[in-house]
Design a protein around this ligand. Structure first.
Ligand code: HXC
Ligand code: NAP
Length: 295
């Protein structure tokens, strides 16, 4: 078995042949990693975000690697008119869109009392409004054209626990999770499927520089919080995402799949800190506990 078997491409060749997939925030980080793999599996792509130069560079790179058609479209997902234009441009080019991956996000760490209302707005607008803008525009189109499709939303594990110091992001991701589960039921009758992925720590420039700036990573070593003892590989996330946009997952609807090495659960279990107890101490502890008599 090759080293890092888990980071090998997983699906069989041609699994996404004939599909057209739109990835918001597809020019960088995890959006780019998913796009690369979708194209490798046979999909054509639309990648959309605010920075056209970044999109054009990524589109060229993926086209050269895969031989597929990658359309870069400048679009601020917080603006509904721009989202409608994105839909129009995608349909003009490809005649259809089979999947929408709501991956665009904004985030940074800050004590909440230091945030201006504009700072709070900007994060919620990108993450929640951007996701429902795209979902609404594409959803209406699919319903009108009676076209089956799927939506994959990228959330976080604090979408259900909440998290201090990233409160606008937590609020917005919780909303995206509610949107995923609500429409999975309401729009199933239109042949539209909705799922989400909650990634743990996957190193990307965008996230790392805003969430673990300076020497914070040295001080708190985030890997210590991950039971499997490592961060995620981009291919691992791409494998899961490719499955969820492929027809192999036709019976998966309304699900959020966590891929975090057990990180959020480690933070949740009341006695999980006993991981720190050295193995050699357990004989002594057991003896002490067995000696307890009565209540
Ligand atoms: C306090 C801040 C701030 C900071 C910006 N603001 N940074 N406030 N602390 N560190 C305030 C500004 O002062 C301004 O408010 C408001 O936020 C908008 O800032 P702008 O710079 O004008 O906005 P803009 O240029 O649109 O940039 C948006 C952004 C930026 C979100 C601030 O970081 C961005 O473009 N991010 C996109 C990529 C990204 O964030 N990727 C990470 C995703 S990671 P005022 O009141 O002064 O006008 C992720 C992972 C989660 O989601 C889970 C990890 C495990
Ligand atoms: P990233 O590279 O910073 O990706 C964010 C993308 O969103 C960028 O390409 C950015 O492009 C785009 N974007 C931001 N605002 C936008 C707007 N208004 N309109 C359109 N696009 C916009 O960070 P990442 O780590 O890959 O994050 C990708 C996704 O994974 C996000 O949903 C994030 O919450 C999630 N996630 C990441 C991690 C992790 O460990 N990396 C963990 C949990 C969840 P422009 O600047 O060109 O607009």
């Amino acid at each position: 078995m090759p080293e890092k078997f888990y980071a090998q491409p997983m699906l069989k060749e041609g699994s996404l042949n004939g599909k057209v997939i739109l990835i918001t925030g597809g020019g960088t980080g995890l959006g780019k990693a998913m796009g690369k793999y979708f194209a490798q599996l046979g999909a054509d792509l639309i990648i959309a975000s605010r920075k056209q130069d970044v999109l054009v560079k990524t589109a060229k790179e993926i086209e050269e690697e895969s031989g597929r058609t990658i359309l870069p479209v400048q679009c601020d997902v917080t603006n509904y008119e721009q989202v409608e234009n994105l839909l129009k441009t995608a349909i003009e080019k490809f005649g259809k869109v089979d999947s929408l991956v709501n991956n665009a996000a904004g985030n940074f760490i800050s004590p909440t009392e230091r945030l201006s209302n504009r700072a709070f707005d900007i994060i919620v607008n990108i993450v929640l409004k951007g996701t429902y803008n795209c979902t609404l525009a594409f959803g209406k189109y699919w319903i009108e054209k009676k076209q089956p499709a799927s939506v994959l939303n990228i959330v976080t594990t604090y979408a259900w626990t909440g998290s201090a110091y990233v409160v606008p992001s937590a609020v917005a991701k919780a909303g995206v999770l509610a949107l995923t589960r609500s429409l999975a039921v309401e729009w199933a009758k239109y042949n539209l499927r909705f799922n989400a992925i909650a990634p743990g720590l996957f190193p990307t420039k965008g996230a790392w520089e805003r969430l673990l700036p300076g020497n914070i990573a040295d001080k708190f070593n985030p890997v210590k919080k991950i039971p499997v003892g490592r961060v995620g590989e981009h291919q691992e996330l791409a494998n899961l995402a490719a499955y969820l946009v492929s027809d192999f997952s036709s019976f998966v609807n309304g699900e959020v799949i966590t891929i975090d090495g057990g990180e959020w659960l480690k933070g949740a279990g009341q006695f999980n800190m006993l991981d720190e107890v050295p193995q050699a101490m357990w004989d002594e502890i057991e003896k002490a506990v067995r000696n307890v008599k009565g209540s």
